[in-house]
Design a protein around this ligand. Sequence first.
Ligand SMILES: [Mn+2]
Length: 549
Amino acid sequence: MPEKKPIYVIGHRNPDTDSICSAIAYARLKQALGVEDVVAARAGEINAETKYALETFKVDLPYLLQDIYPRVRDVMLPISATVYEQDSLRRLGKVMTSKNLRSVVVVNNQEKLAGIVSVSDLAKRYFQELSLVDLSDIDVTFGAIVQATDGTVLVGRDSGLIIKGRIIITSSSQAVLKYGVKEGDIIIVGDGRDQVMKDAIANKVACIVMTGNGHVSPGIQEEARQAGICIVTTEYDTYTTARIINQCMPVNRIMQKMPLCFSSDELVTNITGTMEEKRFRNYPVLDGDNLVGIINRDQFLVPEKTRLILVDHNETAQAVEGIDNGQIIEIVDHHRLGGITTADPIYTREEPVGCTATIIAGMYMENAVDIPEDTAGILLSAIISDTVLFKSPTTTDRDRRMAEKLASIAGVDINEYGLNMLKAGSSVADMPASEIAKNDSKEFSIGDRRMLIGQISVMDTAEVLAKKDEIIAAMTALTENEGYSMVILMVTDIIKEGTELLYVGEPKDLIGLAFKKDASGDSIYLPGVMSRKKQIVPPLTEAGKMLKA
Ligand SMILES: [Mn+2]
């Protein structure tokens, strides 16, 4: 069975410091409250500012959850039985019967995948091979002969010993002569045929199979032992033994070698086409080269939904990819409600404060859980980041008070640490224009238009605006490639407290209407504007309604 999946606490795509730090801190709070299996996750790579915060307080990166689409491992069945490639068909048949399987995965001695064998492979073999076999071109082991006859070893050799002769039924010494029993052969013999056995030993057969649990005298056993000849007894009569000994043939003679298999990490949607085309019943599943399960065409497991706690966002367009396959069990956020729907009632906490971390720090206090130093450090980092050191109009008194408490727990000076962190995050020197163009970007639906709105906060906008032409070109490419109506980038000056708004796409009237400016170019300056959610998205939404009407 696939392992039970953990509950992931996760922020939005293109995670900012709040999305990362709030996820970590909330997962830690849940753990402290005794909720097991809670894991902090992230929906993408972290930015330079977040890296600075995590490194300062020595906190590990959360788990990278690229998407939550069902994987092969979520729908595969456990493997109920395997056979070794050197096992006899007799053993294969028994495994199939006892486990009620139509096909069995074949492994080598290292337990790695060697092939797959089905009932029809076995049936084909029965119809083709009705006579006793000549083993000269088959690697039949002594062990397989014992397996095939359900035998007991009286005089044995290494079970891996390869036997290459013919299989001959002998009832008399004449037969030994007639068939020219020779070195390496296997003879099937009944009780009371001591002379036959002596002749066979003299002819250096490889193996004697005594049927009907017949008697083999100690003298003959000793002769065989000295000649290096194996003796096996079986309870079956000669007729039955002759019939079933053919099943000594190793499984690898009839199996399909190198069967089509899937990686456990593969998306389920990627394998269904292959399965429809190939029409095989079963496909082994590998994790690296380890066999971990099997996909059965007719028996997909219903994948367990990934349980998610969303922090710092509530819109599906901003959530980890594949969110529709997940089960949202909680939301802790400080943004507009963006039309998320759920199947079940869930716990939500939406508060109009400057940062999710403010809410989460408050939840530690409500639950009387002490905030550890490093947790306080990253929560503080998130508040500084979201409020741009309290300059953003989204800042509330609660954010300020909470930041002070957290700073004293973490033992840092808010202003000194805050400026250093913002500085670390605002260096664009080695950032290509294509990355600046989508920095900290989030998708929004404004009316029926899909828009991407990014933000880059810097100490001085000159460095970014020097690359304006390249950035505009990258934004245009983004509009065309991803099918957005508009791509907008806020270049926010933390010191001067204002934003140069770059935009591409249509309708530009939307920008003009929203900010009451001539927006026929590709940028406008918006003094005092620092917050996307409070100062950019709401006027755009209003303008969107007016344009529609
Ligand atoms: Mn936030």
